[in-house]
Design a protein around this ligand. Structure first.
Ligand SMILES: Cc1cc2nc3c(=O)[nH]c(=O)nc-3n(C[C@H](O)[C@H](O)[C@H](O)COP(=O)(O)OP(=O)(O)OC[C@H]3O[C@@H](n4cnc5c(N)ncnc54)[C@H](O)[C@@H]3O)c2cc1C
Length: 533
């Protein structure tokens, strides 16, 4: 069916920022529609490190961002507690970390409003026995782990409650202008069906992250994005109970985040010309493991489940220095609200770029304040006061909650599809009730299917059967797409035990299921899956 709609504001991008913008617009009474070219949260928001920043990482390099992080850290704990595991965090000085950084750290934290409490080393090693015994100082900060998929879903659900709409698998491919030159419509393409359509609107907000330069170019505006690829490694268990950061200027392999049943070591930072380039190289894996040894000795021989990467939505601030452009005096250095009407003569287009996932709500507030004012809407922002809807499954991190959820869906008799992440058939059916067109990779994002130690080797055939019962014929392409994405994440870490497991899962998929021979029907595969091939 050809897409057609008429709204006040089109939001481009279904990551944390776009979902936050949609919610904020809808809560202020504006008719808003979000379009996302892939699945929701399939961009950088679903490929990040998992950390609700306290801001302490940025106290030296970017104090404005540090302040934003600590303020939003408190807001998110209030409005979205079910998406946060309050692990706490440590900043630790290893023998290689600079003395002067250590000396300045407490006062820099105090200046940014971040509580940093010195922790005696015996207490640190009691709490975190795997940490490097050569660590010579430690501070406790309010870092935490933050679940991005549920956070984005909660924002979209809240937006819908206030009248907002969101379409996934709809890519923006162009814009239309009225007689005065202002944007009047957005042209979209259904990425699964191929049809094109038009959404008539008064204003467009591009929350397309690292792709914001490409989206601006479609409208004839320029935006100097400088995507920074960051790679991370997922280990098969939690090695620490809290987030652990090195007490040094940001580098590779210097943060370890416990997330659900695993932990994530990251990140590298490499400028790439194309934000879709998220392939992890063997050199990056080596760099992460080498530097990770400073935090947890022996980590380089621990079992890595998967490597993945995301593109930082970095904005080249020198772009602001172009003569005639005065935003640099008005906007924050942490994130940037760009009015392309004033800047490039493209009336009705706004971009929101930079920032962190931790600060998505603040970014949304700032751009919606500007857009609302341009549309003469005076309703103030309420997103910091009104709590987000809690996920149906309860707190996802605590085993007790996960087992209780299992009891609700049949207890000991529940049909377990994914043993690692305790995903039941009922849970999958519920996810398919909500989004019937989901692929297996989409279900991974909504249910955590296949995210545990077996990485889908055992659960995917069962999940494919559930999917096929719903949409006969859907399983083949979806299984191939899932496999491509999983194997992309294991190629650069294929050695030792992990190589043996790769052989096993390749045997199951290629041998038992003959997946290499499955007929492929492209519309079933998500954008991410297509990119992975
Ligand atoms: C390696 C790494 C680690 C990070 N770790 C942390 C961390 O621990 N904590 C933290 O707070 N932040 C972290 N960040 C930063 C954080 O992830 C990002 O700032 C945040 O996720 C950006 O969200 P977004 O919604 O702006 O962009 P995205 O999530 O990328 O969303 C933009 C969306 O726009 C869509 N899109 C693009 N073009 C089009 C089009 N033409 N039509 C329709 N849709 C389109 C994309 O598909 C994408 O889904 C990290 C970033 C990286 C890269």
């Amino acid at each position: 069916m050809t897409a057609r709609a008429e709204v006040d504001v089109v939001v481009i991008g279904g990551g944390a920022t776009g979902a936050g913008v949609l919610r904020d617009l809808a809560m202020r009474g504006l008719r808003a529609l979000l379009v996302e070219r892939g699945d929701f949260t399939s961009g950088t928001s679903g490929r990040y490190h998992g950390l609700l920043h306290s801001g302490a990482r940025y106290v030296e390099s970017d104090p404005i961002s540090a302040r934003h992080c600590i303020e939003e850290n408190a807001v998110l704990r209030r409005i979205a507690p079910a998406t946060i595991e309050p692990t706490g965090g440590y900043f630790v000085a290893t023998p290689d970390d600079p003395d002067d950084y250590l000396e300045r750290f407490p006062s820099a934290c105090a200046a940014a409003g971040i509580e940093a409490e010195s922790v005696p080393l015996d207490e640190l090693f009691r709490a975190e026995p795997l940490l490097n015994r050569e660590i010579r100082a430690a501070y406790r900060v309010p870092d935490a782990a933050l679940e991005p998929w549920e956070l984005v879903d909660a924002n979209l659900a809240s937006a819908r409650e206030h009248g907002g709409h969101a379409w996934r698998y709809h890519a923006v491919i162009g814009f239309e202008r009225d007689a005065g030159g202002a944007l009047s419509a957005v042209r979209v393409r259904d990425e699964r069906g191929g049809e094109e359509g038009t959404i008539t609107c008064r204003t467009v907000v591009s929350a397309s992250g690292a792709w914001a330069g490409k989206v601006a170019a479609l409208a004839g505006a320029t935006l100097a994005m400088s995507p920074g690829k960051g790679s991370m490694l997922i280990f098969n268990r939690r090695m620490t109970t809290a987030v652990v950061n090195r007490l040094a200027p940001p580098g590779d392999g210097d943060i370890l985040v416990p997330v659900h049943t695993v932990c994530i070591l990251g990140t590298t930072d490499i400028t790439v010309p194309d934000p879709d380039d998220v392939h992890v190289t063997r050199d990056e894996v080596d760099a992460l493991l080498r530097d990770g040894e400073q935090l947890v000795p022996g980590i380089s021989s621990a079992r890595v489940l998967r490597a993945y990467a995301g593109s930082r939505p970095l904005y080249d601030e020198s772009d602001l220095g172009t003569p005639g452009h005065d935003e640099s005096r008005e906007i924050s250095r942490a994130h940037h609200v760009i009015d392309h009407g004033r800047r490039d003569g493209v009336e009705g287009l706004w971009s929101i770029v930079g920032g962190k996932l931790t600060t998505y709500r603040l970014m949304a507030r700032d751009v919606v304040d500007a857009v609302a004012s341009s549309l003469d809407v005076e309703t103030p922002c309420r997103t910091a006061e009104e709590a987000l809807p809690a996920p149906a499954t309860g707190t996802p991190y605590w085993l007790g909650d996960r087992l209780a959820a299992l009891e609700v869906s049949g207890g000991g008799n529940a049909e377990l599809i994914c043993e690692c992440e305790l995903v039941t058939q009922q849970g999958l059916e519920r996810a398919l009730d909500e989004r019937g067109d989901s692929s297996l990779d989409d279900l991974r994002r909504t249910t955590r299917l296949g995210m545990g130690p077996c990485q889908g080797a055992f659960c995917m055939p069962r999940a494919a059967a559930v999917l096929d019962a719903r949409r006969p014929g859907a399983a083949n392409a979806s299984l191939r797409g899932f496999m491509a994405e999983r194997f992309r994440g294991t190629r650069s870490i294929a050695w030792g035990d992990q190589l043996a497991e790769l052989w096993l899962s390749a045997g199951i998929f290629r041998g038992t299921l003959a997946a290499g021979e499955l007929v492929q029907t492209p519309p079933e595969a998500s954008g991410v899956e297509r990119a992975a091939r």
